[in-house]
Each structure stands twice: as structure tokens, then as C-alpha cells.
Design a protein around this ligand. Structure first.
Ligand code: B3K
Ligand code: ZN
Length: 875
């Protein structure tokens, strides 16, 4: 397979002004006729006209109306080359494609009875010959022709222009999208769907028709997505000044989809799991995700579509920025503190692991083999943190000036992350040259903090140092620009003045941002009459690992008193990690496990404090995951971690039992389900309490759990109960699983949850069950949601079983990946991620994982997707 490099970027040799496409749709054979108005690019290299095309049956090519003979063009398996073309011309190409053979779910494929497309990043070339790169932007007109009975709805991008009936029982619809766009934003859908409509009036008073299309059986699951869409449209006007620009905005839900959703212009296509919701079938987490993804895809209309990427190395230009936008949106719609905690938790557990592993890559990568492999937590989540730091450095108003300039300067263009940073610089008269290292250097910087208080001088010296570990291809790193939000606390928890020795007065705030630009810098805070407690990296102001030696007492103090709610939670997590890692050592050397009193005492206070948002209480009481604990060890000891975590949970449960009981009872009030921050907070704490109560092993609590399941009128409470039941041995467990399936077998989203509960369970026979479930009628290897729910969840979120000492988990995954690769390379390559940290386990496990990886690498006809990742892992 070929490597594509950023350094090799060249402007396209030919541009396209308009595209007219006609589809004669049919599941087994679709005929695509395309008319491209092309012209030579004055900024190109003067090379021949080359179009991309894969898996296409060519019917005919005509240039300016004249059919070309076979010797007038050259074809390879993935290109079409026209050696002689005039400076401007019309190219007509007719091809045949086969949606029902398309299990890769890229290009035109069918999902159930729906025909739909997925073109990002390089799927359009599976539809027709085209210069399939994002810097070729054209105005599209699309005519869809299909059987009127089978496919009454025919959708494409833009506004509906005309339609009609044909004599043979087919009908046609023509769509026109006035906004020039790259091919990756093209979409079409044909189906027999239920459509729920609504209206939105934009800030300038234009009426927009909103439509959600779903399988008829899901007609009652559209309200939440539609509401979320209206919230997102209003929010983007209010916060970024962005208005919608077509007469209609459509969302379509499909069951088979490689990712969460896709921002095709005016016609977003969604994984059904990321759009359908009713209280009975979707959990709070699902409602939350749906709101955020609907927002994310909508926000792409400006950050991605109106201003798009020049090439795929710039992917984070649209993804990092849009993730930041959806995080801000969710924070504004719900609770900002909870949003930040959850975002950082995800970043630290997923992205830090990626940055520490063999696939580590910069936010703007230098090279790739398969671009699909770079839709990563680094591009998305770290990219969002990088843009977030720009916001911290410029302040909310400066940032808004910057984004306004970016959107107006580059509207209708395909640009780079440098162009984005330049707009922020120009709007704020800043020099961000050094800051841009965040885009080019991979790896998670380590921030080392040291504090020294001099009582005589009343001075606190705060020394900040940075370093960044080597990553593949980048042995040495230059210092980053690291904004460190911090504050100082008195022994009673009050904020202390923040005056540097270079300043004439203290800043009027309890948090200030120190900017670290050198390898090491010391900041001197003056007029401190007592030794302060230092709170650093408030709100997680930079995506770094903090090394700051603090004893349990200091962490417990911050957990109680920090003014920053994120840091209160984080102090608690650091305390737990510190304690649990010590206990892991005790476990390894057969010593008695010692759980310090101070932790139990602090948790007791948190649990009993009615003034803390219950959502924060729930998070403060949640133990760090086994995977995250493993990532803190030089050699991860899965069994010790599992045992310690279980022990800590039981100890907390025993000690705080009365408190859990009281809060559970108080929170377990019947109320009509609503999706809002306060109800979600209550349910999350209630279910955390139930989890601890179940950990006491008291049979009464099992009865309580069963009762909750029986009485639940929403999936959040029902599923929380089921998860707990499944980790308890006994006949009730099997019964609960059976009853759940019987009740919900008709609902794909719920069945996926049922698969996951079993995949992540603590049962000794977890792998055996997962294997049996592969044969269950509810499971299909062709459905990415099924694969992720069962195989993906087992391998990522069931560490003791995946890492079983006999290598059975590894062999299982390797077998499944090879099967999947034949069907859907993107999904197959994703599953390899479970091996990301393979070098961080003991020698025996490493050898077993290496064997499984080598088995994959040695297989015949690997896709480029799997090839790239497996070889980078083994390198
Ligand atoms: N842009 C799409 C991702 C497409 C993935 C292609 N392999 C979804 C999103 O980030 O909004
Ligand atoms: Zn996106």
C-alpha cells in the first residue's frame, strides 16, 4: 500500500465548476451518469486530467459530446487518465455500481430497505469517476430516478427543484445545491420512510423546513433529535453568529453505518443509534450523545462545509473545531462542570493512550496509508483541546473575533489549520508560531510542578517544567505553549491573592492563566501571609499529564475546597489513583490491602453534602476505570487492578452503606422522564448508590435492584439495574437477561445494549458467552453497531477477560478482525485498537498479543486499513 504525505501536496490540475449527476437507482445495479464541467487550474502543475474511481463498471466516456474510444483514455484499478483535454471541457461518464454487494458501507450501499451513501473521506470514487479530493469544490445538481413504490422518498443535498412520474412506475426528483462543495459532502438517500417535520426561523427571518426521516416503526423516536437540532441552530446563531443557508435541513437514520453520523450538506445521515430516542428505549447517556452529535453535524455546516479542508491532513481543522463547538453547546444546554469532567475523562483514557502508543500522530499528521484510520481521538478530542487553548489564550471575545474572521475570510474555500490559526492571530494581534507545535508534534506533554513557600519573604515560588516523550518518527520535541490556569487557597479554602513579583497589584480573579513557553519557568507569587495550597491546571486548561507530588491530605483538601469544580473532581481522582496504585503494589507482594481512612472520610462527606450537584457527587464517587489505572503503571497488571478495584468498591460500599441507602431512597422518586440536567444528575447518583449497595453483597439489595428494574419507566434505570444483576452470580441473572431480551428483541438499539451488558460482564464465562452471541439471531457481523456492541465492548471494556492469561481473548479478536476485514475494513481496523497498548503488559501477554498481531499481519489480502495499523503496532 502507498503512503500519502503532506509534503507532497499539490494543488489540483483540473477544477470542476458544475456537476450534474443522474442516478437510476436499484439495489443490485445502479446506473450513474455524470456530467462534469471541468477546466484547467491556473495554479496547478499542468499535469494530465486524472480522476479517481474504484469498483466501477465503466459504460461510456464522452468529451465535449464525443464518445472516447478505448485508446483515448487509460484506466487502472483506481484511476481514469485522460491524456489530452482542452483548457475547459465537458466530461460525460456513465458507470454501473452494485449497492447490494457493498458491505464496506462506503459509497452507495443499502441498509435494510434504504439506499444511502457515505462518501467521507474517499467514498465518492466508488460512485463515479471524479477528482475525489476536498479542494475540488463544485455546484451539484442531482437527479434521482427509482421505483416509486419501493422508494417513495428520494433525497439529495440542497433544495428540491423538480420531480415527476414516469410511465414505467418509476419517479424522479431533482435536487440543486447552490453552495460549491467537495465530493465527500455529497449524499443521496432512497427509502420508504416516516418523515417528521418542523420549522426554524433563522436570525435574519428565513424559514427553514426541518425533516427527520426514519423507518416507520421508529416514528415515536424523533422528538429529541428534532429538538436538539433546533437548539443547535439557535445556539450557533447566538454564540458564533452562524446562520443556516438552505431552505431545508434533513436528517436520515440508517441502521448500518460505520461512524456516528455524517454532515453531508443539507442531508445529514445518521447511525440510527445516534438519532433515535424515547425514554423507554434510550438511556440518559444516549439522549446526551444524540443532542451532542446532532449539534456536531449541524455545526459542520460552517466548520467543515462552508469552509472545508484543503486535504485530509487538515482533518482536525473541521473535526477539532467542531468537537469544541459541540462540547460548548452541550455545556450550555446541560451542566458545564459535568461536561468538562466527562470530556477530560474521555480524553485522558482514550487519547492519552493513543498518544502513548504505536499509532501516536500529530493533530495534523504528516503521512497516512489509509485516511480512514485517522478519524481518531487525537484528531477529534485533542484537536478540540488545541482549539480550546486558543480560546483560553485569546479570551471568549478575542476567540469570537478570530472565528468571525476565519469564516468570512475563507467562506467557500478549502483551507488548512495554518489558515485557521492565522485568522485567530490576525484578529487578536498575536504571534502563535510556537503554539502551532500543538499541530505538528505528537505525544502528551508532561507538566512537572514544584512549589516552595518562603514564610519569611511571604513568597511562593512555583516552578513549571515541561517535557514530551518521543513518539514514532519524532524522537525530540520542542517546548509547547501551555496555558496553566491556577489559583491559590488558604488553609480554610479561601482564595488567596494572585500577584506576581513583576506586578504592582494582584489580579482581580481567583484563577489566572500562566503561560509556559520554555522548558522551565518559575513564577513568584508575593504577599502570601500563609503557605498556600496550589491548584493547577484548573478546568484542565491544557491536554497534559500533571506531575505534582502531593500527599493524600492535600488532595483530600482540594477535593473539598478547590474553587474549580473540575479540579475538585480531579483531586479526588488523583487521590483514588494514588491510593489504588499503592494497593496494587501491596496486592502484588501479598501484603494486606490498606485503604486509608482519609479517602473513606472524604467520600462520606461528598455523599452527605446536599449542596453539591448530584451529578458531581456521582462522578466523585466513581472509581477510575481499570484501563485508566493500567495506563498509570509501567507494566500493567490487569488481575491486580481488577482485584484492588473490586476490593475498594466493596470497602467503600460497606463503610458508606447507610449514606448510600439514604440517598438512594431520597432520589428514587417516581417522576415523568425528562431529559434535563437535573433529572439526569439524580438518576446518575441514584444508580451509583445502587451499584455500591449491590457491592455490599446483601441479598436485600438484589431485591431492590430487581424492584427498580420492574418499576422503571425509562431505559436508564432499567439498564443500570440489568448491568448490576449481570455481575452477580445466581439464577436471577439469567432470568433478568432473558426477560430483557424478550421484552426488547424488536428494538435494535436496545438489543445492542443487551449484547454489551454481557460482553463487559464480570462473569467467568464472558468470552464463551460472547462467542455464543456471535451466532445469536440478533447479531450480524455486517452490522457495525452489533460488532461494536459485542466484540468491541468485550475487547476494550472487559480487560480481565480480554487479557486472559491463556491468550484466548487475543486469539478471539484476531479471528474476528480477519473475518471482518473481508466485509468492512474500516470496522475491522477499528477493532485493532484493543491491542494499542500491547507493549505495556507482562512478557507472557506481550508474546501472546504479538503472536495474534503477527497472525493478522501475515494473512492474505489485508485491506490497507488493517495493514497500516497492524504493521505500525508491530514496528
Ligand atoms: N465527518 C464524519 C466522519 C466521517 C468518517 C469517515 N470515515 C462525522 C463527523 O465527524 O462529523
Ligand atoms: Zn465531525
Amino acid at each position: 500500500p502507498q503512503i500519502t504525505r503532506l509534503d507532497d501536496y499539490r494543488a489540483p490540475d483540473y477544477l470542476i465548476d458544475t456537476v450534474s449527476l443522474e442516478f437510476e437507482l436499484d439495489a443490485s445495479e445502479t446506473r450513474v451518469s455524470s456530467k462534469l464541467k471541468m477546466r484547467r487550474n491556473p495554479e496547478g502543475q499542468g499535469g494530465p486530467c486524472i480522476l479517481n474511481g474504484e469498483y466501477l463498471t465503466l459504460v461510456s466516456i464522452a468529451l465535449d459530446g464525443k464518445t472516447l474510444a478505448g485508446n483515448e483514455y487509460q484506466r487502472t484499478t483506481d484511476t481514469l487518465l485522460l491524456p489530452q483535454v482542452p483548457a475547459s471541457f465537458e466530461l460525460e461518464v456513465v458507470t454501473l455500481i452494485h449497492p447490494d454487494q457493498n458491505t464496506a458501507l462506503e459509497g452507495l450501499y443499502h441498509s435494510g430497505a434504504i439506499l444511502c451513501t457515505q462518501c467521507e473521506a474517499e467514498g465518492f470514487r466508488r460512485i463515479t469517476y471524479y477528482p475525489d479530493r476536498p479542494d475540488v469544490m463544485a455546484v451539484f445538481t442531482v437527479t434521482l430516478i427509482a421505483d416509486a413504490k419501493k422508494w417513495p422518498m428520494l433525497l439529495a443535498n440542497g433544495n428540491r427543484q423538480a420531480s415527476g412520474e414516469m410511465e414505467d412506475g418509476r419517479h424522479w426528483v431533482r435536487w440543486h445545491d447552490p453552495h460549491p462543495k467537495p465530493s465527500y459532502l455529497f449524499a443521496l438517500v432512497a427509502g420508504d420512510l416516516y418523515c417528521q417535520q418542523d420549522q426554524f426561523t433563522t436570525m435574519s427571518g428565513r424559514q427553514v423546513l426541518l425533516e427527520i426521516y426514519v423507518d416507520p416503526e421508529n416514528h415515536n423516536k424523533c422528538d429529541h433529535a428534532l429538538n436538539s437540532l433546533k437548539q443547535a441552530m439557535r445556539w450557533d446563531e447566538d454564540v458564533y453568529g452562524r446562520e443556516y443557508d438552505l431552505d431545508v435541513f434533513m436528517i436520515v437514520a440508517v441502521n448500518d453505518f460505520n461512524m456516528g453520523a455524517m454532515e453531508n450538506k443539507g442531508l445529514n445521515i445518521f447511525n440510527a443509534a445516534c438519532v433515535l430516542a424515547s425514554p423507554e428505549t434510550a438511556t440518559d447517556a444516549d439522549f446526551y450523545t444524540i443532542q451532542s452529535i446532532v449539534g456536531h453535524e449541524y455545526f459542520h455546516n460552517w466548520s467543515g462545509n462552508r469552509v472545508t479542508c484543503r486535504d485530509w491532513f487538515q482533518l482536525s481543522l473541521k473535526e477539532g473545531f467542531t468537537v469544541l463547538r459541540d462540547q460548548q453547546f452541550s455545556a450550555d444546554m446541560n451542566s458545564a462542570a459535568v461536561q468538562r469532567i466527562d470530556d477530560v475523562d474521555q480524553l485522558r483514557s482514550m487519547q492519552f493512550a493513543e498518544d502513548a502508543g504505536p499509532m501516536a500522530h500529530p493533530v495534523r499528521p504528516d503521512s497516512y496509508i489509509e485516511i480512514s484510520n485517522f478519524y481518531t481521538v487525537t484528531i477529534y478530542e485533542k484537536g478540540a483541546e488545541v482549539v480550546g487553548m486558543l480560546k483560553t489564550l485569546t479570551g471568549p471575545e478575542g476567540f469570537r473575533k478570530g472565528t468571525d474572521l476565519y469564516f468570512s475570510r475563507h467562506d467557500g474555500q478549502a483551507v488548512t489549520t495554518d489558515d485557521f490559526v492565522k485568522a485567530i492571530e490576525d484578529a487578536n494581534q498575536l504571534d502563535l508560531t510556537q503554539f502551532k507545535r500543538w499541530y505538528s508534534q505528537a505525544g502528551t506533554p508532561v507538566l512537572i510542578v514544584e512549589a516552595h513557600y518562603d514564610a519569611d519573604k511571604q513568597v511562593l515560588e512555583l516552578t513549571l517544567r515541561q517535557s514530551c516523550p518521543a513518539t514514532p518518527g519524532q524522537p525530540e520535541k520542542q517546548p509547547f505553549v501551555i496555558p496553566v490556569a491556577m489559583g491559590l487557597l488558604s488553609s480554610s479554602g479561601a482564595s488567596l491573592p494572585l500577584q506576581l513579583d513583576t506586578e504592582t497589584s494582584a489580579v482581580d480573579a481567583e484563577t489566572r492563566v500562566l503561560t509556559l513557553t520554555e522548558q522551565s519557568q518559575t513564577f513568584r507569587f508575593i504577599h502570601l501571609t500563609e503557605e498556600p495550597v496550589v491548584s493547577v491546571l484548573r478546568g484542565f486548561s491544557a491536554p497534559v499529564k500533571v506531575k505534582f507530588e502531593r500527599d493524600n491530605e492535600t488532595l483530600a483538601f482540594l477535593m473539598a475546597h478547590d474553587r474549580d469544580s473540575f479540579n475538585r473532581w480531579d483531586a479526588g481522582q488523583q487521590l483514588l489513583i494514588q491510593i489504588m496504585l499503592r494497593m496494587v503494589e501491596q496486592y502484588q507482594s501479598d501484603k494486606t490491602l490498606d485503604l486509608p481512612e482519609i479517602l473513606l472520610d472524604r467520600l462520606q462527606h461528598v455523599l452527605d453534602d446536599p449542596s453539591i450537584d448530584p451529578a458531581l457527587v456521582a462522578r466523585m464517587l466513581s472509581l477510575p476505570s481499570e484501563n485508566y489505572l493500567a495506563a498509570q503503571m509501567t507494566i500493567a497488571d490487569v488481575d491486580a487492578i481488577h482485584a484492588v478495584r473490586k476490593y475498594v468498591k466493596q470497602q467503600i460500599a460497606q463503610r458508606l452503606k447507610a449514606g448510600f441507602n439514604t440517598r438512594y431512597q431520597a432520589l428514587n422518586q417516581a417522576q415523568v422522564y425528562e431529559f434535563n440536567a437535573s433529572q439526569m444528575a439524580q438518576r446518575s447518583l441514584k444508580n451509583v448508590c445502587l451499584g455500591y449497595l449491590m457491592a455490599t453483597g446483601d441479598p436485600m439489595q438484589t431485591q431492590r435492584c430487581l424492584k427498580q428494574m420492574k418499576q422503571a419507566d425509562n431505559m436508564t434505570d432499567l439498564l443500570a439495574g440489568l448491568r448490576l444483576m449481570v455481575d452477580q452470580p445466581g439464577p436471577e441473572r439469567e432470568h433478568a437477561l432473558r426477560a430483557f431480551y424478550e421484552q426488547w428483541q424488536h428494538d435494535r438499539q436496545v438489543v445492542d445494549k443487551w449484547l454489551t451488558v454481557q460482553a463487559v460482564s464480570d462473569l467467568p464465562d464472558a468470552l464463551f458467552r460472547v462467542k455464543a452471541l456471535l451466532k445469536h439471531p440478533a447479531f450480524s457481523m455486517k452490522n457495525p453497531n452489533n460488532v461494536r456492541a459485542l466484540i468491541g465492548q468485550f475487547c476494550r471494556n472487559n480487560p480481565v477477560h480480554f487479557h486472559a492469561k491463556d491468550g484466548s481473548g487475543y486469539r478471539f479478536l484476531a479471528e474476528q478482525i480477519l473475518l471482518l476485514d473481508k466485509l468492512n475494513p474500516q470496522v475491522a481496523a477499528r477493532q485493532l485498537g484493543a491491542f494499542n497498548s500491547w507493549r505495556r503488559y507482562d512478557a507472557e501477554r506481550q508474546a501472546l498479543m504479538k503472536k495474534s498481531l503477527s497472525d493478522i499481519a501475515g494473512a492474505q489480502d489485508l485491506s490497507a486499513d488493517v495493514y497500516e495499523i497492524v504493521n505500525k503496532y508491530l514496528a
